[in-house]
Design a protein around this ligand. Structure first.
Ligand code: NI
Length: 218
């Protein structure tokens, strides 16, 4: 399941975080790439600093409060967030993310867009499956969450700059199909609650959800 989550950050938060990100000191992204990625990766990543830590803290707080992110990812652990920048001519060719990063298994990858799509040309995140490729270029403050098992790439930026925050989640639910079932159950339970309040149907559904999580969590 690929899901776009809008308004993870408010417009004011996006503006503040983007301004802070633009002032960060960036290093060549190849410094953190493995031998294969190094040949196809051409971007910049923010160097460690107290200002980067402040951005990471604000975004992590917003993610932890986002109900859709919680339901779709069921995060158990996350890698430190990366602020990445693509300027004119920069790109990241087709690759799959490392399975293990910063001591966690990467089940889900996400990109939080900080720049409005009309402010740069190119730079779409393209996710491939065996049948087709799908390109995503979300509005500022929106986040794309997708399985880390996917091949994906970032199209070359041909004008302007694309600044994003990227990260990886180890989920309590390793299996993508099981995660989707729980995501759908969350939505069904919210619907029932809105329609009829607490009911025997709601009790049965929440019991089922809890027991599936017990069965699948690890
Ligand atoms: Ni990647």
């Amino acid at each position: 399941m690929i899901i776009a989550i809008d308004d993870v950050l408010t417009p004011a938060e996006v503006a503040a975080i983007r301004a802070a990100a633009e002032d960060l000191d960036f290093a060549d992204g190849r410094e953190t790439a493995g031998p294969i990625a190094r040949t196809i990766k051409a971007n910049d990543q923010a160097r460690p600093s107290p200002e980067l830590d402040a951005i990471r803290g604000k975004v992590a707080a917003s993610l932890s409060q986002n109900q859709v992110f919680a339901s779709a990812a069921r995060p158990k652990a996350m890698t430190p967030l990366i602020v990445s920048r693509y300027r004119q001519g920069q790109t990241y060719g087709m690759h799959v993310d490392d399975a293990l990063m910063a001591g966690i298994r990467t089940d889900l990858s996400f990109t939080l867009f900080l720049c409005d799509p009309e402010t740069y040309q190119g730079g779409a995140l393209v996710i491939a499956d065996t049948a087709e490729e799908r390109a995503f270029k979300l509005s500022a403050g929106s986040l794309l969450l997708y399985p880390s098992t996917s091949l994906h790439r970032v199209e070359p930026v041909t004008d302007g700059a694309r600044i994003c925050i990227v990260g990886w989640v180890q989920s309590w639910i390793k299996d993508a199909a099981q995660r989707e079932i729980l995501f759908d159950l969350d939505r069904a339970i919210a619907d029932i609650l809105a329609r009829e309040g607490k009911s025997t149907l709601l009790d049965t559904m929440t019991k089922t959800r809890s027991n599936l999580i017990r069965m699948w969590a690890g």
